[in-house]
Design a protein around this ligand. Sequence first.
Ligand SMILES: [Zn+2]
Length: 103
Amino acid sequence: MLLIPCPHCGPRNSSEFRYAGEGRGRPDVTTTTRAQWRSYLYERRNVAGEVRESWYHTFGCRRFFTVDRDTVSNAIRPVAAVEGGPRGAENEVVADSVQGSPA
Ligand SMILES: [Zn+2]
């Protein structure tokens, strides 16, 4: 079982959440080339190690938030609550480390 630390509800089973992708910044649409925009939309880094991710608490508070997850060990560290969407970094909430164990 993987426990995901929702900043609003506390640690919950991963079955309550929807993965919303890598938490990377959206490029500026006024200055971005087509190649950069295509890369932002379709290319993922697929890192073996720590990755910043966005999650949505589907069966809880129904809010987006960001965590740092080690894709090898599934250790999760909460980073930020995100209001209004999965890509921003506003309203940062720093919380204590929470460990998830691989399923
Ligand atoms: Zn929640």
